[in-house]
Design a binder for this molecule. Structure first.
Ligand SMILES: NC(=O)c1ccc[n+]([C@@H]2O[C@H](COP(=O)([O-])OP(=O)(O)OC[C@H]3O[C@@H](n4cnc5c(N)ncnc54)[C@H](OP(=O)(O)O)[C@@H]3O)[C@@H](O)[C@H]2O)c1
Length: 316
């Protein structure tokens, strides 16, 4: 196998870290770039990955998905580094914030980071990708959350409502709860639209798939802003609950499956699909809505002010 590079957003912890670890273990021909918002955490994670895997080709570059300028700067810095050709982009970073927050560009943060930041990044990186390259968007089964808690199935209507919720009516508990499911639904719609645009508009053989890691109780996802003392208590409670609802999983296990989507032969050529750990799975009906996917694509291009010379795909 020729030397190749894999970029993983949010590779400093949880699922992203485990994915990086498994790719680095697979072969020293893989260079792994952790694209992270916190430089210190990223440097520490790359050092720890080099020690754990014996693969010296692990680097970090700064990327804050909550800033369009930072996404564009990351792309420029990446081009200046002398890494092997780009084989895969794993759009993994994400969160489910308890309170309303905004990105540097004024977008609601869940939609802004999980979808808009990755949408821009994937468009910018696509021209650099080698033939048979692979893009993966980490989504979630929360794109279709349990009916007991979320009576309405999330369906995409328009990006402005998601990017600027306060301008589109009163913020309610329900609208706050829907931010994460809508962002993860957007990841799947974006996956399908990008896969189809690459196939229809370019000669590039780059696949695009979505990945659902399932519930993982050992990451920082459950308690991003909580003190180190409380974190194990919350993680312990979440683990117990996950066994009760028969949904137990870990980043160690899901990280192997996510790495597999990057490295394994069996996924070659598969595109526009949604995988739950290693198996292809059906999505909700609204995640199969082609008109919604197209609308999201066009509106996202407007929101991130994607220029035609920044992408090889059409913006309309
Ligand atoms: N845990 C679950 O049960 C579960 C279930 C389904 C799907 N997922 C998805 O899995 C993915 C990984 O989550 P995880 O469970 O591994 O949680 P995690 O340990 O909290 O990892 C999330 C990563 O995203 C990074 N990140 C957050 N905001 C960012 C930004 N603005 N720019 C760049 N990076 C940013 C975090 O950086 P910092 O370390 O600096 O905060 C961290 O590295 C997410 O997309 C999540 O939605 C998780």
């Amino acid at each position: 196998m020729e030397k190749r590079t894999v970029v993983i957003t949010g590779g400093n912890s949880g699922l992203g870290y485990q994915c990086a670890k498994n790719i680095a273990l697979k072969s020293k021909n893989y260079t792994v770039v952790l694209a992270c918002r916190n430089k210190n955490k990223a440097v520490a994670a790359s050092e720890s990955l080099r020690n754990e895997t014996g693969n010296p080709n692990i680097y970090s570059l700064e990327l804050d998905l909550a800033s369009l300028a930072s996404v564009r700067e990351f792309h420029n810095s990446f081009k200046q580094e002398n890494y092997p050709p780009l084989f895969s982009l794993v759009c993994n970073a994400g969160f489910n914030l308890p309170a309303l927050a905004y990105t540097k560009d004024g977008f609601e943060a869940t939609f802004g980071v999980c979808h808009l930041g990755h949408y821009l990044l994937a468009n910018l990186m696509l021209p650099q990708m080698m033939n048979n390259g692979r893009i993966i968007f980490v989504s979630s089964d929360m794109h279709n959350p349990p009916k007991v808690i979320y009576p309405t199935t999330p369906a995409f209507k328009n990006s402005m409502e998601l990017a600027y919720p306060e301008k589109n009516g009163k913020i309610t508990t329900k609208s706050l709860m829907m931010r994460y499911p809508m962002a993860k639904l957007s990841n799947i719609l974006c996956t399908r639209e990008m896969a189809s645009r690459i196939g229809n508009e370019t000669k590039k053989h780059v696949t695009v798939n979505a990945f659902n890691p399932g519930l993982m109780t050992d990451t920082n996802f459950m308690s991003p802003n909580i003190s180190k003392i409380l974190r194990p208590i919350i993680a312990g409670f979440a683990t117990l609950l996950s066994y009760v609802i028969n949904q137990h999983g870990s980043s160690t296990e899901s990280g192997k499956h996510l790495a597999g989507l990057v490295t394994e032969q069996q996924y070659e050529g598969a595109t526009g699909k949604y995988y739950f750990r290693g198996k292809e799975e059906k999505t909700s009906k609204p995640a199969q809505d082609k008109a919604a996917a197209k609308k999201l694509w066009i509106e996202s291009a407007e929101l991130v002010q994607l220029k035609q010379d920044e992408t090889i795909l059409s913006r309309k």
